[in-house]
Structures are given as structure tokens and as C-alpha cells.
Design a protein around this ligand. Structure first.
Ligand code: ADP
Length: 276
């Protein structure tokens, strides 16, 4: 059977059994928000009974229509929101514990750099927040700057950088503590297609260098298929995971993968799940 068909036939029910190897385990998570309408106050069911089991060191992409609850799920995993029901564990621990020791990295679409701090100082910020001594870590920060292709810009301010460069600073900042879990919410959403593609290659390289469990929210089917081990397809009203598709391509995945027939067939399959 061609790899593409094997991948699709392995699409499985979202409620996969929890394993010891879970880097991120979401079980039966429900979240609603209160909503004010002309008729009065109502409830918006943002997520209903969402379960997702991500193996340690895997990269899972979340894809779905606008408003289906992708960011809400990411914010719940990050501990920025609390579920109404269900549980979330990172490496078997609650997020509050993981975050307190800097074991969780987060990057959003808006890089949100501090404009008065240099590239190095922005990247070092999470170390300061968790109380790790930055002074002894200058070579670690220099390695990271090199990894994201910003050597020579250590002392630049965010205002002196392009959008793509600022986004790379945000990625370096997200991984500066060597987190075991990395959450990325449309990190390249504001970039043009060419830059996005080179950032995809770069993110793969960075992620492959560590043992990080990553959850990536994206609107791009091609970005999801290129980067992820599994793509979770979400549906809205209420937000839920409708299917999880395994992506079989070996790593490192070359840029030429974007134009391969197998890649396009898998993208089409996921588009069908999204719009079907
Ligand atoms: P997505 O990331 O898939 O576009 P979101 O997670 O941002 O979707 O939103 C899911 C739904 O929950 C949307 O209808 C949104 O309006 C609603 N929502 C998200 N956050 C809040 C909030 N803090 N208060 C009220 N409604 C919210």
C-alpha cells in the first residue's frame, strides 16, 4: 500500500489510549465562555470533550476553521485558561508546575518582543522569569541566535529587524529554557509565503535538535503536513477534534517535499476532512 494510503488508513479516533510516553495528554476537556447577545447572556461552547494524546518528542499540528477553538485549546494547555471539565497533563504533570520551572515554551503570531531590549536580552527573558542566572548562559544564547540565523544581530533592537527576524527571535525565546513542551500559535501567520516556507524548514531543524513535544496551531494545511507527525483536524460548534491523521514522511523533510505528489495527496485528504 502506498505510504499515503497507509497514513490515511491509520487516521484514528481522537480518544487514543493514554500512554506512559505522553508528552501532552488532554482528556475530555470542555470549555465554554459566557456570551452577551441582544437577547441577553448566553453560553458559547468553545470546546467539547476534546482528547488528544501527543507522544513525547512528537510534533502535532492543530488545524481547523476560524473559531473552532484551536487557540482556546492551546491557551488551556499553556495554563492561561482553566478547563470547565477534563484534565491536561504535560509529561504527567499539571501545567502550573511545568511552567513554573520554565519547562514550557510559547510563541504566538505576534512576537511581542520588548522594544527596549536587544535581541539577546529578549531571548534571555524567560530565563530571568524563572530565576535562572543569565550571566553564565551567554554561550547558550549565542548558540540559539546562531540556530535561528540571527548572528550579528545580538545587540539589535526589535525595531531594527524585519518581521521574519522578529519571529525568529520569538522562537529562540520560546526554546531558551530547553522546554520539554513547545506551544506555537500561528507563529508564521503574518509572514508571506516564501518567508513562511523558509521558517518551516528552520523550525523543523530547531525542533529536530531537541526532544521537545510540540503543538502547532496553523491555518496552513501544507505547513501542518510538512512539519507535523500528526495533524489533528478540528471542527466547530462546538469545537472538537474530528480526526487525527498520521504524517509518514521521514525526517529531515526536504523543501522538495512541498511539491511531491504524495504530499499533495495528503494535503487534499486533510482538506477533505476539514471541509467535508
Ligand atoms: P480559533 O483559534 O480556532 O480561531 P478560538 O479558540 O480563538 O478559535 O475561539 C473559539 C471560540 O471561542 C470563538 O467563538 C471565540 O469567539 C470564543 N472565545 C475565545 N476566547 C474567548 C473569551 N476569552 N471570551 C469569550 N469568547 C471567547
Amino acid at each position: 500500500m502506498p505510504a499515503i494510503l497507509r497514513a490515511v488508513s491509520k487516521s484514528r479516533a481522537p480518544e487514543a489510549a493514554a500512554t506512559e510516553a505522553s508528552g501532552l495528554l488532554v482528556e475530555g476537556v470542555t470549555k465554554s465562555f459566557s456570551k452577551r447577545t441582544k437577547q441577553g447572556n448566553g453560553v458559547l461552547q468553545a470546546l467539547e470533550a476534546v482528547s488528544l494524546d501527543c507522544a513525547r518528542g512528537s510534533l502535532t499540528a492543530l488545524i481547523g476553521p476560524s473559531g473552532c477553538g484551536k487557540s482556546t485549546l492551546l491557551r488551556l494547555v499553556a495554563g492561561l485558561e482553566t478547563p470547565d471539565a477534563g484534565t491536561i497533563a504535560l509529561n504527567g504533570e499539571p501545567v502550573t508546575k511545568v511552567r513554573a520551572r520554565g519547562d514550557l515554551g510559547i510563541a504566538f503570531q505576534d512576537p511581542a518582543l520588548l522594544p527596549w531590549r536587544t535581541v539577546s536580552e529578549n531571548i534571555a527573558l524567560p530565563l530571568e522569569i524563572v530565576g535562572r542566572p543569565v550571566a553564565g548562559l551567554s554561550s547558550h544564547i549565542a548558540t540559539l541566535i546562531n540556530l535561528v540565523g540571527l548572528s550579528g544581530f545580538e545587540n539589535s533592537l526589535p525595531g531594527e529587524l524585519s518581521g521574519g527576524m522578529r519571529q525568529r527571535v520569538a522562537i529562540a525565546r520560546a526554546i531558551v529554557t530547553n522546554p520539554s513542551v513547545l506551544l506555537l500559535d500561528e507563529p508564521f501567520g503574518a509572514l508571506d509565503q516564501i518567508l513562511r516556507r523558509s521558517m518551516n524548514l528552520e523550525l523543523q531543524r530547531i525542533w529536530m535538535g531537541g526532544k521537545t513535544t510540540a503543538l502547532l496551531v496553523t491555518h496552513g494545511i501544507d505547513e501542518a503536513v510538512f512539519l507535523a507527525d500528526r495533524v489533528a483536524v478540528m471542527k466547530s460548534r462546538p469545537g472538537r477534534i474530528a480526526a487525527v491523521v498520521d504524517i509518514p514522511f521521514p525526517r529531515p523533510r526536504p523543501e522538495s517535499l512541498f511539491s511531491s505528489e504524495e504530499f499533495h495527496r495528503l494535503c487534499d485528504r486533510i482538506a477533505g476532512l476539514l471541509h467535508g
